[in-house]
Design a protein around this ligand. Structure first.
Ligand SMILES: [Zn+2]
Length: 224
């Protein structure tokens, strides 16, 4: 597992991501023991993260309403201490947003489709709407995901990405760069946006759908 120490320095009580060494931390029942062990390592023993049924959309729900509800969404808003949000990823980008002034945050699952539809900007807008956050106060982190070195897509998809003006090189999409640009456009300062420079596809540390076609997942957890 890795701790996102920059986010913890900004004030998040827990910000971490499981890797292969933690085993599958996906949503299946068999993954519960791994998830519990990972939560202990992450600094939240006994805490069960609130999760959603991720559908590659841009819906973002509040942790309180999502708890035990099995909602379809790809983002979770956090405004209360003691509640953890979790998203599963294997090459999609986890995006963590935190407002240290009002102590609210948002955890997003930004894959190709969610990124194309600007889930990062949606997260910023909802933090503003629900908690009165100023985008200029937000600290953001884009965690390990498929980077531009490895995210090759069809010519059609690449053309769509180019037309939208999103970051890409030939047929290689730059998911972290796209989310970073969207956050900046939403008002987050560039110096408050951190990209973890680790590609899940060629890095070997995390479960990667592109590399292994695996159903195993890395779990990203966040607590304000
Ligand atoms: Zn790579």
């Amino acid at each position: 597992m890795i701790h996102f120490s920059l986010m913890q320095e900004a004030g998040l009580s827990v910000a971490a991501m499981s890797d292969k060494s933690d085993g599958d931390c996906g949503s299946r029942d068999e993954a519960v023991p791994n998830t519990e062990a990972f939560m202990t390592l992450a600094g939240a023993p006994g805490v069960r993260p609130v999760r959603v049924r991720q559908v590659h959309g841009i819906a973002v729900v509040c942790a309180e309403e999502a708890r035990g509800a099995s909602l379809e969404a790809d983002g979770i808003l956090l405004g209360k201490a003691g509640i953890a949000a979790g998203v599963s990823v294997a090459d999609c980008a986890p995006v963590l947003l935190f407002d240290p002034l009002v102590r609210a945050g948002c955890l997003l699952h930004a894959g190709r489709e969610g990124s194309f539809r600007n889930i990062a900007g949606t997260g910023v807008a909802l933090l503003t709407h629900r908690f009165g956050s100023q985008p200029s106060s937000l600290v953001a982190l884009i965690g390990p995901c498929a980077h531009g070195c490895c995210y090759e897509v069809s010519p059609e998809l690449a053309a769509q990405w180019h037309r939208a003006g999103y970051a890409c090189r030939d047929r290689f999409l730059d998911i972290p760069g796209t989310n970073s640009a969207q956050l900046e456009k939403a008002g987050v300062f560039r110096h408050n946006i951190h990209i973890v420079p680790h590609c899940t596809v060629c890095g070997g540390v995390f479960f990667s759908y592109r590399t292994d076609k695996t159903s195993n997942r890395n779990l990203v957890v966040m607590m304000v």
